[in-house]
Design a protein around this ligand. Sequence first.
Ligand SMILES: [Zn+2]
Length: 156
Amino acid sequence: MIVFDLRCSGAHVFEAWFASSSAYEEQRDRRLLVCPVCGDSDVVKALMAPNVAAKGNARQVPAVMPTAATPASDAPSPAVIKAAMQAIAAIQAQMLEKSEWVGRAFVDRARAMHSGEADVAPIHGQATRAEAEALIEEGVPVAPLLVPVVPPEALN
Ligand SMILES: [Zn+2]
């Protein structure tokens, strides 16, 4: 008999006895190994080397090693990110409903509105990063769009 320290995907470590190393592998492959804490059947060996027997209290508790098979569970899944991007795009579309697309004329129009040469109205369009920074330095209230906007002329 040999004992293995096993670890479930929930990072619970527990001991299990097997007739042999191959008996462990067979039971693992058939997903017969179940975590006694949470019932998870996604169980792997927590240690590389099996312990033949526990020697009193001298045996050390195995440390759990992070592996590539243990992704950070806090990281949002691609589906969550996609849903968030769609929500942002919807909010932006709402904001832009009453705004006029002016394309490359954006910088001139924004500057004219800021100086009083033109009536102030909500507009959105295109500007280079340098142009946008220059506007902000002049005190023109511009903000980057949250998601790229497809110019109306590109939809035709
Ligand atoms: Zn568990």
